[in-house]
Design a binder for this molecule. Sequence first.
Ligand SMILES: Cc1ncc(COP(=O)(O)O)c(C=O)c1O
Length: 366
Amino acid sequence: MTGQPTPKPWIAAIHAYVPGKSRGADGRKLVKLSANENPLGTSPAALAARADATEPSLYPDPDSTALREALGALHGIDPARIVCGTGSGELLTIAASAFAGPGDEVLYVRYGFSLYDIAARRCGATPVVAPDADYGTDVDALLALVTDKTRVVFVANPNNPTGSYLPKRELARLHAGLPSGTLLVLDQAYAEYVAPEEDDGGIELAAHHGNVLVTRTFSKAYGLAGERVGWATGAPALIELLNRIRGPFNINNGAQAVTVAALADQDFVIRSRAHNRAERARFVAAVEALGNHGLRALPSEANFVLVLFEGALGAEAAHDGLAARGYATRWLPGQGLAQGLRITIGTGDQMNDIAAILRELAEKAR
Ligand SMILES: Cc1ncc(COP(=O)(O)O)c(C=O)c1O
């Protein structure tokens, strides 16, 4: 073929986002515990609203007005300080491109969410990766790497894929150490799984400082990953800027209706959090019982656990063994985590099954 256009070198250097698998190598459908989806499904009230969604021949409300008002009412935020995105992924990406470009730096921790690398490279900025502290976010390590070129700092809290969580005072310390011209993007995709009394104070930080953007999603505790809706809050000037560069009509009719109904059903979110907390604790205890086989569950505040394999059974063999028994989990060698397997918290039966399979595999590997 002749006459192909040349991509920008920073775009050519991007590795595409790798989504969680739902099929085995042989094409068999697997139970999907690889994408941190909600095992309880979706609120019935939200599903009912989906059926009533308006006219597909008409464009949706470009400003997602009813959704922003419902979010504002629930979280005590002026709707003018809220922008919606096609998943929080859209907002993370445009936040980086609004402030960073070639010659600038975008900072985040090692073992952070893989989209941050794509978001940084997509706008031509240089990704800078800070070391972790036993797989967790290390505030001092991040602050030590801030330079006059740092335009954006991404922190997921809880973090994916490690599940680690920075408490409120540590997050405040990170923010206090950043120059006012550096944007702190606090990605709270898993915030609804955190007990309200352990809230990290991110929304409050975003209410009082012009350089904090908090992003959230309907993909996890709300069980609406397929609808692709996220939102962000920050200073009005920040939101106005993101509104200029987000996709027009970025939330479709059905998704607007479904998410408004989902917000009204907080019982579903509370049930999701309670289920996750109980099953995660049970699963972590089951993994800890395999400690003599070198398995270690990292403490998690999210709806998944990163299990480390430091004995005879390796993470790849565990991943393959679970796939052979019908379960898709997330092995992440591309993120420097060849020793880890991220397992989404599923139903009680699924977690019993996973724990039993891991025990069998570990005992065989000795
Ligand atoms: C930390 C984190 N942030 C953001 C997202 C993006 O989610 P969505 O685009 O579905 O809102 C995910 C999805 O897995 C995530 O783990």
